[in-house]
Design a protein around this ligand. Structure first.
Ligand code: SF4
Ligand code: SF4
Length: 176
């Protein structure tokens, strides 16, 4: 199963609008249109918006990325600048990032990498995590490192738990 937008109860923060961002129309799959993740939707005018607006599937109309719903995130974190889309997965409260395959390493640059590790530190006490997805490759972002988790998508059910690897204590994903 590939990564799709997850409809969340979140709403746009006051003053927030997508503007020229259309990145969620690229990075996620859209099963209604048989659109795979990582390619532009046939109805998207990149940098302008959706050509079918109110006729767009509910999955699209009800999706608000984290930048849209959290008015404290700086402008640089708008997904078309950052080159990844963050959202909160309702089932576990994890922050999932879906990466633009056109610039797969952008999230590892600043200010993003420091910001993601800081976010990981903040939500760790709630047993929540930050996971970045590039296609079907997942990477767990922890306060001090990024740990490859292997092949999985945001649609997979998994939990993160402590583990012990060849280099000492680490973390791993365990499928539910
Ligand atoms: S990724 Fe966020 S800001 Fe960009 S178009 Fe989608 S909902 Fe709007
Ligand atoms: S239908 Fe519209 S909103 Fe939905 S992915 Fe395609 S362009 Fe984006």
């Amino acid at each position: 199963m590939t990564s799709t937008m997850v409809v969340t109860p979140y709403r746009a923060a006051p003053g927030r609008a997508c503007g020229p961002c259309t990145l969620c129309c690229k990075v996620y799959a859209l099963p209604e249109f048989e659109k795979p993740p990582g390619v532009w939707c046939r109805e998207c005018a990149p940098g302008k918006g959706c050509k079918i607006h109110e006729q767009a599937p509910a999955q699209c109309r009800n999706f608000f990325c984290l930048w849209m719903s959290d008015g404290k995130l700086p402008e640089a974190w708008r997904p078309d600048h950052a080159k990844f889309v963050l959202s909160i997965f309702p089932a576990n409260g994890f922050v999932y990032g879906q990466v633009d395959p056109g610039l797969p390493g952008a999230w590892r640059k600043e200010p993003y990498y420091s910001g993601l590790r800081s976010l990981a530190r903040t939500i760790l006490s709630e047993r929540r995590h930050v996971v970045m997805f590039l296609g079907e490759e997942a990477t767990l972002v922890m306060p001090d490192e990024a740990i490859p988790l292997g092949g999985m998508t945001s649609a997979d059910q998994f939990r993160i738990e402590p583990a012990f690897g060849p280099n000492g204590p680490t973390w791993r994903a365990v499928r539910a």
